[in-house]
Design a protein around this ligand. Structure first.
Ligand code: ACO
Length: 428
């Protein structure tokens, strides 16, 4: 028998259905609440609100579990490639050898971007923030590849748009980086796999052949896999809600990129390094900065600590911490900023303030350190997060469409002025 809960309002009892997920997560279905009772629920920041039923990613923040399509993140990060994970997220199953070959070939076929679009790209000042460029460039893809506008009617056009977006993202992201250096852009080469092609366009040169270190390719694969999806976070919810209006994939993802930019979300990886640099410049006294983070009159927060959902540990942080140690050792990098990060982590993990509030290092505490070791400028970090998150956004947008979800439109509780009469400007 299906479970229900009882809600009593003004002595009247209402039965509300309970929905149970495959991992035994429980939700009270309030979709008929307003019709039945006239009430809505209020949940600022959606801390208790399930916005959808999804079969893509499961995470248990209390225990520290993350799985894509049922596969533990530890196995995927240890054994698969980013492109395999992208396929898994978007199409629902791990690809066969033929399927991944075909997927890679289709993507390689579309990595170039329209030369007219390059003119648009050339118009950005070279010192403009990479995230501002990325959001505009991704949105502009709909102008250069108009079949994306048919995403409501045509499955073929949706499939093509997904491939083009995955393909062109690597070219766009690497070109933004090249532009920041004032260097000429490097064109994609079809002989490379997805991640190597991206690194070739990023670190390659026109004047000589640059061999991409396999250590760097492996590190990049792990980083991108760890960021590939994270269920209904701020940027993903944005992609779904924009897409729910039947906006095309490019504009929905562009909106997600804007949401990711903020320092409380994807921008945290940039904010972590900026914070560590600041602490270093200030003499490296970590105790002083921990005290500032605890002081409620001081707006300073320990960037890279805390998470809306993980209240035990972030499983991605565990994997990335090891990857971080490995890559710094392999590349022979001795970074003072990393020493400060380690000291901060050590002190914070023993401090009752952080223990009581369950504040642990999140994935972004370490990702910035790795990106820095690989030679990326700080402002590129969030763009790299977006490159990793792209398959997740696509999978979530596709699922939302396939589920035929209605347009997202939350309610509110109005608390403003009631019944004011207009006063002429001369009398105010
Ligand atoms: N440093 C110091 N104190 C903190 C921190 C922090 N980083 N994070 C939370 N707290 C404190 C809050 O002041 C609050 O204390 P109180 O209960 O005494 O008022 C308590 O911990 C709970 O914090 P909330 O902000 O209510 O938690 P919420 O779940 O809303 O926020 C968030 C989560 C935004 C991630 C927060 O922890 C934060 O700002 N962290 C730093 C930014 C960051 O690293 N963001 C990346 C998140 S991961 C990602 O997006 C990929």
């Amino acid at each position: 028998m299906s479970q229900t809960v009882q809600l009593i309002i003004d002595n009247k009892t209402y039965e509300l259905p309970v929905i149970t997920g495959t991992e035994d997560e429980k939700a009270i279905d309030i979709s008929k609440l307003r019709d039945l009772t006239g009430y809505v629920t209020l949940d600022i920041g959606y801390k208790n609100t399930g916005a959808t039923k999804s079969a893509i990613t499961f995470l248990d923040g209390e225990v520290g579990i993350l799985k894509y399509r049922g596969y533990p993140i530890e196995q995927l990060a240890g054994q698969s490639s980013f492109l395999e994970v992208a396929y898994l997220l978007i199409y629902g199953a791990l690809p066969s050898k033929d399927q991944i070959k075909d997927f890679q070939a289709k993507i390689n076929h579309h990595t170039l971007i329209h030369e007219d679009m390059k003119k648009f790209f050339d118009g950005f000042p070279s010192n403009s923030h990479p995230m501002g460029q990325l959001t505009a460039l991704i949105s502009s893809l709909s102008a250069f590849y108009p079949e994306s506008l048919n995403s409501v009617q045509s499955k073929e056009d949706v499939d093509l748009t997904i491939i083009k977006l995955l393909a062109k993202m690597t070219t766009i992201v690497s070109w933004i980086y090249k532009k920041s250096l004032g260097h000429p852009v490097i064109y994609p080469q079809n002989k490379y796999d997805y991640v190597t092609n991206y690194l070739h366009m990023t670190f390659g040169q026109r004047t000589e052949d640059v061999v991409i270190d396999p250590v760097v390719v492996d590190a990049m694969n792990v980083l991108l896999i760890l960021h590939a999806d994270h269920e209904q976070n701020c940027s993903t919810s944005t992609v779904r809600i924009v897409g729910s209006s039947e906006a095309n994939l490019y504009s929905s993802v562009s909106a997600g990129i804007s949401a990711l930019w903020g320092p409380l979300h994807g921008g945290a990886n940039q904010a972590v390094i900026e914070m560590l640099e600041k602490i270093k410049a200030d003499g490296g006294d970590t105790d002083k900065w921990i005290a500032k983070a605890k002081d409620k009159n001081d707006p300073f927060r320990l960037m890279g600590f805390g998470h809306r959902v993980y209240k035990n540990f972030d499983p991605r942080a565990k994997i990335i911490k090891k990857a971080c140690d490995d890559i710094l050792e392999k590349l022979g990098i001795d970074d003072e900023v990393l020493e400060i990060a380690k000291r901060l982590e050590e002190v914070a993990l023993k401090d009752p303030y952080f223990i009581e509030r369950k504040l642990y290092p999140n994935v972004d505490f370490y990702s910035g350190i790795i990106y820095r070791a690989l030679g990326f400028p700080t402002e590129m970090f969030t763009v790299l997060f977006a490159l990793g998150r792209l398959p997740g956004w696509i999978a979530q947008w596709k699922e939302m469409k396939e589920n035929k979800e209605p347009i997202g439109r939350p309610r509110q509780i109005y608390v403003g002025a009631v019944d004011q009469d207009y006063v002429d400007i001369e009398k105010r």
